[in-house]
Ligand binder design. Structure first.
Ligand code: UGA
Length: 453
């Protein structure tokens, strides 16, 4: 967006991964995001470049945005909770080593509160040139996948945190002037470094907490005859609560919510705030419970067994309009069904087969480990198959599970689907997107999240 809205600024995206940079320079971009192709096409070669020459471009830059991954640690101290800052530290060491001029270093990645302190030390103690000054800013990103371009064009707010010194405030103004090319000034807010860092984790924790709250109520709805969508509508009309982010679902996924809450909990624990950590951890526990409850509901409603039955898993991405599968609810649901002996047929319009098998064979949070066929993969293939035609995935199934809210799922010919399925034919709508009355008229037995039967 900077390249798009500020033609006088040269933006170079650098990455040590050659394949990824090659893809950014091709017609087949490495990620799917609506509207991204158009933005890249307009700017690439004009004032937007992609390169693996990290040294040259970091050395030349006035502002360096660090957007490296900060995944959850999978081993060692804080495994399963703490953020792994290895890539961040590596980036800081590189910046320090190559810098011959002063720079503003911007934290774009989501980081634990106080990271700027540590990064500052790495930068200052590793730069050989005493005349080079580094000013660190926290400028967390609030865009959501699938709507990234819209969110960037028209953000609710841009947050810039900096040191409360003269040079810190000056650096804030420099970055602010970049955003002012397209964001109204009143939506650009400034804060101290720690508030900005903590606001990112807090925003994600609050958003996820809304989903876990409405999902908790969905369980109560299912046993009382209340309808979670009616409850969400009724409470959402209260302007203090608001309507958005109250869609009950099979559980939230994505690379951020769980990771950031676990990280928030870890920070609290290490600072002796166990009660605060426990409070936020319950948001993740409720999400796990929702996924497990979904699997149990499938098994219990299908005469207490899914052993040997064919189940079509419709959608594998963590939300629609993305091919991203990190921490998608579909992984846990598939694992649950596989444990029960079901045969799973998966369809997703954007997720490739090798990604699905990688996700189902890896341990939690191992997103960065390169894909390779494993023994576990071969075993999985006895129970799991991937289909490129949705009707093939549903053909001969005992049940359909809607895992992602893809719009195309609403448009299928469900009479044709019903005719091809084993009876009774079940639908488990984990996203509440289908027309349940219509499906029941056709003959389906429909279970939805937080809805009366
Ligand atoms: C989330 C935040 O919304 C962004 O503001 C933030 O910048 C981003 O994380 C990040 O930290 O990078 P994202 O994970 O891309 O964005 O997607 P969301 O739209 O927040 O959805 C997250 C999950 O919650 C999805 O699985 C979605 O299906 C689920 N969800 C969302 C619900 O189950 N119900 C809802 O009402 C909303």
């Amino acid at each position: 967006m900077v390249a798009n809205r500020c033609p006088e600024i040269e933006v170079v995206v650098v990455d040590i991964n050659e394949d990824r940079i090659k893809a950014w320079n091709s017609d087949d971009l490495p990620i799917y995001e609506p509207g991204l192709d158009d933005v890249v096409k307009v700017c690439r070669g004009r004032n937007l470049f992609f390169s693996t020459d990290t040294h040259k471009h970091v050395q030349e830059a006035d502002i360096v945005f660090v957007s490296v991954n900060t995944p959850t640690k999978t081993t060692g101290i804080g495994a399963g909770k703490a953020a792994n800052l290895t890539y961040w530290e590596g980036a800081a060491r590189l910046i320090a080593a190559v810098s011959t001029s002063s720079k503003i270093v911007v934290e774009k990645s989501t980081v634990p509160v106080k990271t700027a302190d540590a990064i500052g030390k790495v930068l200052r103690r590793n730069c050989g040139d005493p005349n080079v000054q580094f000013e660190i800013l926290s400028n967390p990103e609030f865009l959501a996948e699938g709507t990234a371009i819209e969110d960037l064009k028209n953000p609710d707010r841009v947050l810039i945190g900096g040191a409360e010194t003269e040079s810190g405030q000056k650096a804030i103004q420099v970055l602010k002037s970049v955003y002012e090319h397209w964001v109204p000034s009143e939506r650009i807010i400034t804060a101290n470094l720690w508030s900005a860092e903590l606001s990112k984790l807090t925003a994600n924790a609050f958003l996820a907490q809304r989903i876990s709250s409405v999902n908790a109520i969905s369980a109560l709805c299912e046993v009382t005859g209340a309808d979670v969508q009616q409850v969400a509508h009724a409470i959402g009309m209260d302007s203090r609560i608001g309507r958005r982010f109250l869609n009950a679902s099979v559980g939230f996924g994505g690379s951020c919510f769980q990771k950031d809450i676990l990280n928030l909990c870890y920070v609290c624990e290490t600072l002796g705030l166990q009660k605060v950590a426990d409070y936020w951890h319950s948001v993740v526990s409720m999400n796990d419970y929702q996924k497990q409850r979904f699997v149990e509901r499938i098994a219990s409603s299908m005469f207490n067994t899914v052993y040997g039955k064919k189940i079509a898993v419709m959608g594998f991405a963590f939300k629609k309009d993305t091919g991203d599968t990190r921490e998608t609810a579909a992984i846990d649901v598939c694992h649950g069904l596989i444990r029960e002996g079901a045969n799973i047929m998966i369809y997703d319009p954007k997720v490739p087969e090798e990604q699905v098998f990688k996700d189902l064979s890896m341990s939690k949070f191992e997103w960065d480990i390169p894909m390779s066929p494993t023994k576990a993969d071969a075993k999985l293939r006895q129970n799991v198959s991937m289909h490129f035609d949705p009707y093939m995935a549903m053909d001969g199934a005992h049940a359909l599970c809607i895992m992602t809210e893809w719009d195309e799922f609403k448009t299928y010919d469900y009479r044709k689907v019903y005719d091809s399925m084993v009876k009774p034919a079940y639908v488990f709508d984990g996203r509440n997107i289908l027309d349940h009355d219509e499906l029941r008229k056709i003959g389906f037995v429909v279970y939805a999240i937080g809805k009366p039967l």
